[in-house]
Design a protein around this ligand. Structure first.
Ligand code: PLP
Length: 392
């Protein structure tokens, strides 16, 4: 992940900076400026140097960045930066081949975030509702309220699993109002999976025309053999939409590429709501990342090793950690997370935001070994020996 075949990260980002500089000459709309200002205000840092120095454990990113193979492919693709119709590494075909489906079963998006929005736009018209659990990846619910739709948010079970029988009952009860079911698997922020048997039970029990959006952003980190991707349901012709991303395992979050796997009919229905606009570089980078199974395995191995080491240390200090199948975990603090997050920030460590109603659980992304050391040093300062959260 450092340097390979003479293509350096520096030359890549040098080119990118030049491209961004050029775009920056164009006038921005007032609306975009206002939005950017709001975003800037919310950030926990002000300068680039300050950002670079932080241990970034708040957004479940891959701290190692794109694979060397992806960097090389993206450098190669820079020559298309001024084009519209250009060779794109056949990314759609490559993804389809990877999953054993047809290209017409794939829809690309600017991150899987775009896919989630497209599903909302498609299925939540006429004030339909999305059913899912809370806490989960909240952007689906926020988007629903933004388009004047609504969400039915079900509580998690005491062991933080998703309550599938309750979900089935809710779908049946609200059948006429339900736009789709949202299932984040594994769930963000808990890191807990829904088993393949539970998903089978869900799709077999709800009315067959209710779409189920399964968000598999963290699929690549799962070890539990009772988990399985939901892509086979697409092959069965069910209205199941699987969302995947290159942001996590492939370290391409800022490059923005995700995709949906769904039946051709579902993709056709969603197509009008997608921008259809992803950049040339990431298409090539993603195609290279898909092929690079050695790097995928390496990221998974290092990440899980660090997660296990860090969570074992927290457990030895008397803290309960929710068993996670992802590149993040939740630790129970026994007191509100918000002031604790501020303490971490003072020590240069960014940790996860609030996830109501789990306001005493801190979500921590697995960063590099150095970042996890910084996290543990800060943790021990904030929670000196003798603090007994598990009693709370
Ligand atoms: N889904 C889940 C569960 C996530 O955690 C995230 C990002 O953190 C996304 C989707 C969106 O990711 P992206 O738009 O980068 O693919």
């Amino acid at each position: 992940m450092s340097q390979k075949n003479g293509v350096s990260r520096r030359s890549f980002f040098g080119g990118l900076a030049a491209a961004i500089g050029y775009i920056g000459l164009r006038p921005e709309s007032l609306w975009a400026q206002a939005r950017a200002a709001t975003r800037r205000r919310r950030r926990a840092w002000t300068t680039e140097a300050e950002y670079d120095a932080l241990a970034k454990l708040a957004a479940n990113e891959n701290p190692y960045g794109p694979y060397d193979s992806a960097m090389e492919a993206m450098n190669h693709a820079f020559k298309y930066a001024n084009r519209y119709g250009y060779p794109d590494g056949n990314i759609q075909e490559k993804i389809a081949e990877h999953h054993g489906v047809d290209p017409e079963n794939i829809m690309l998006g600017a991150g899987s975030g775009e896919i989630l929005r497209v599903v909302g736009m498609t299925y939540l018209q006429d004030h339909k509702k999305v059913i899912g659990v809370e806490p989960s990846y909240g952007s689906v619910y926020r988007h629903a309220s933004g388009i004047k739709a609504d969400a039915i948010k079900l509580p998690l079970l005491p062991d933080y699993r998703q309550d599938i029988p309750m979900m089935i009952r809710a779908v049946k009860k609200h059948y006429r109002e339900v736009g789709f079911v949202y299932m984040c698997n594994p769930n963000n922020p808990t890191g807990v999976i829904v088993t393949k048997d539970e998903i089978r039970r869900l799709v077999d029990s709800i009315p067959e025309d209710v779409p189920v959006l399964v968000d598999e952003a963290y699929h690549h980190f799962v070890e539990d053999p009772s988990y399985e991707t939901s892509i086979p349901y697409v092959l069965e012709g069910r209205p199941v939409i699987v969302a995947r991303t290159f942001s996590k395992i492939a370290g391409l979050a800022a490059m923005r590429l995700g995709y949906a796997v769904a039946t051709a009919e579902t993709i056709r229905r969603m197509r009008p709501y997608a921008t259809g606009s992803t950049n040339a570089l990431v298409r090539w980078g993603a195609a290279a990342s898909l092929r690079d199974t050695a790097e995928q395995a390496k990221v998974k191995r290092i990440t899980l090793e660090l997660r296990k080491k860090t969570t074992a240390e927290l457990a030895s200090m008397g803290f309960d950690v929710i068993p996670s199948e992802t590149n993040f975990f939740m630790v129970h603090l026994g007191r509100p997370v918000a002031p604790v997050r501020a303490e971490f920030r003072k020590r240069g460590v960014l940790v996860g935001r609030d996830f109501p109603p789990m306001l005493e659980h801190l979500r921590v992304s697995v960063g590099t070994a150095e970042e996890m050391d910084r996290f543990l040093v800060a943790f021990k300062e904030i929670f000196p020996a003798g603090y007994a959260p598990s009693a709370g």
